[in-house]
Design a protein around this ligand. Structure first.
Ligand code: DC
Length: 230
């Protein structure tokens, strides 16, 4: 069967990566978490004193950008992709709070985006890929055969995040999380470089009121329709 390129974009905390990962597994495609790449660059900055007094040393990072090598390798036991930074598995580290708090300014730097987009395009050269992020359908793969723009109301996303953190034993207030969700939406949509926006040909999926099973069915039906129409 002909392999296609699948681009999944959308707001933070609406389940993009869970959706993309599951889909890739089911259809035997490669899954790439583009956000993990921006997180790995941020971790590199933190480890190499390129974030000083809370500010990114842009010139320093620019001089070292070619030394940053990011790849994904499958964990044999779980079948899930792991992020490697210069040969080291950093999958856990890139999800910590310190990285999370600096990744937005790092991801907004034009030379960082240029380097990551180039890598992402190379990864997708052979198709058979599901990539999630903010600019995949608009910038990275504008010719993707299937583009999905995922969203859910800020309240629903905040509640999901509260439930997740509470389950991990980190209780937080709903109001605090909602404020954070709304702030990130604002930054993602208004940044100058590749802001989050729905590609004109992307299918909109609002999963506020969908169960996982309903979402999975929509996704598989949509994928089958696209592939059979080629
Ligand atoms: O999806 P995430 O939360 O792991 O993304 C981390 C950061 O990277 C977030 O600030 C948005 C940014 N990002 C981006 O600018 N472009 C992408 N294609 C993916 C993520």
């Amino acid at each position: 069967m002909k392999k296609i390129t699948i681009a999944i974009d959308g707001f933070s905390s609406c389940g993009k990566s869970t959706m993309a990962k599951e889909l890739a597994k089911k259809i035997g495609y490669i899954y790439i978490d583009s956000g993990a790449m921006y997180r790995a660059v941020t971790l590199y900055c933190l480890k190499n004193n390129l974030i000083v007094d809370g500010k990114v040393d842009e010139e320093g990072l620019k001089a070292q950008i070619d030394n940053i090598h990011i790849e994904f390798r499958l964990d044999e036991s779980t079948g899930l992709p792991q992020t490697y930074l210069n040969g080291e598995n950093v999958e856990r580290e890139i999800r910590n709070m310190e990285v999370s708090s600096y990744v937005s300014p790092v991801a907004a730097l034009p030379f960082v985006r240029k380097a990551m987009v180039h890598e992402q395009q190379l990864m997708g050269e052979k198709k058979g890929i599901v990539m999630d992020g903010r600019d995949i359908g608009t910038v990275v793969f504008p010719d993707a055969e299937l583009k999905i723009f995922l969203t859910a109301s800020p309240q629903v996303r905040a509640q999901r995040r509260v439930d997740e953190l509470t389950a991990k034993g980190e209780p937080v207030s709903f109001e605090e999380v909602l404020k954070n969700v709304e702030m990130r939406d604002h930054i993602d949509q208004t940044r100058e470089e590749s802001p989050l926006r729905r590609a004109e040909d992307a299918l909109l999926l609002d999963n506020s009121d969908l169960t996982i099973a309903e979402q999975d069915k929509w996704l598989m039906d949509t994928f089958d329709n696209v592939v059979s129409s080629l």
